[in-house]
Design a protein around this ligand. Sequence first.
Ligand SMILES: *Cc1c(COP(=O)(O)O)cnc(C)c1O
Length: 302
Amino acid sequence: MLTMRDVLRARRLIRDHLPPTPSWSYPLLDEAAGRHLVVKHENAQPTGAFKVRGALNLLAGLDEPVVTYSTGNHARAIAYAARAFGRHATVVMPEHAAELKVRAVEALGAAVVRHGANMGDAEAHAQTLPGRLVSPGDEPALIAGVATAYLELFERHPGLDTVVVPVGSGTGAAAAGLVAAAVAPGCRVIGVQSAAAPAAHDSWRAGHCVRRENRTRVDGLATGRGFEGPQALLRAHLADFVLVGDDEIDAARRLLARRAGTQAEGAGAAALAAVLARPDLMGRAVGVVVTGANATELELAR
Ligand SMILES: *Cc1c(COP(=O)(O)O)cnc(C)c1O
């Protein structure tokens, strides 16, 4: 059972590696959303996404080689943390993974194995390789590390009444819920996923993990199944869960670029897309977590 004690321990550890990320507001974004937004810039991490927090926390507690599977940001986070602690990391990435994302992982010193048509194939192959297998979803240490972002957010902005978190495997939203319950109990946490890959959303609504077709073009939100560890926390702490379209997510990326001068990949813009799509669900002071910057060449062109 994960507790705030684990989160505070993660913060002490991560502090030696990463400064807190900025969180502030943009009047032109507030105008578009019709409410006060606080943007938390996890797109300013050295790996371009929040996952590096969890990876550092997990790898700090391991002293063996690790093997994992990912289309991008989890891979890069594990590679970054492996380098920081002098461990060997092997990452299985699906064959269609974007070239720049593969090179970003290799540039950090990890070994990349390209295998399979999708994440399921990559996972199956990773299970055959030597080393401690790291699941992108079912690792409490990842959630504890990621939770440090929400500790920073609530400490700096205690007046938030809603925080919106994009969901793939659900570690980020689970972490947000855990921290909100402890330090900002009046703040509701709302999850968002793409309607083209609703496995986490549907798992939360069903009350047990389900599989769903995964047709989104938004990498960080692309998952075909619910993950039990994060889902248990989501069931306990999530106030609501919203689905948005991939086109709405692209519109939110443009808005972040124009009105906040910041680059988000699709998953990183999903929280803003949810605020714009469902104003009825949002409060007056809303935390919007821009979880990542790592758009592909194709996404940037679009
Ligand atoms: C992984 C990821 C998400 C989803 O986070 P989970 O913890 O898997 O739910 C959201 N945004 C970005 C940029 C990501 O890399």
